[in-house]
Design a protein around this ligand. Sequence first.
Ligand code: SF4
Length: 200
Amino acid sequence: MIDREELIAIALRSGASHAGILETPAIEFHEDFRKACEKNFCRKYDTNWMGPPAVGPIAELRNRMLGFTEGMLFQSTHPVSSNFDMKGIEAAARAHDEVFRKLVRAVRDRYPAEAILPLGAGCCTVCGRCAYLDGEPCRHPDLAASSVEAYGMNVIALQKRAGFPYYFGKTTVCFVGLILFGSVPDAPAASGSETGSSSR
Ligand code: SF4
């Protein structure tokens, strides 16, 4: 069984600035976020197995998430020169992804028998070019991870619920991630390539 305090300690050791536990039923889903994805503001819609539409409809993802009792929300913050520092923001996203991957590895190493559902920020970046674009199956289903945005979660609502700061001014950006854990007894087995328990 995963120890909450230890999980938070692992997150902070992995580079998160904040980490806390949320009860899964308190997490809100919004179709509107998926609609924003469909407008392709991020220019990554329909390019990745772990992003929409390939990752599946919100209702299916919500059911998958409800197969877990709790989630650890974490965030990392990074300096940028301004709101318009696109290179800085991209570098910050990569740095957050490293924190996320390190944290998931550490959790899987510490709790190899526990099913978890890790959700990062943005599309899966394990491969330079997602196999989805070539009509091929995911190359690393044990490492692939979807995101809180693809699952239709409101990031600021999550941060508020966890009691995290969520506005840092114009020269700091913040990204979040969520690791779901604690399988619901008798729930349909959580499925999906993000839930494997193998280590990287
Ligand atoms: S592991 Fe590679 S192929 Fe699989 S979803 Fe991620 S980027 Fe795409």
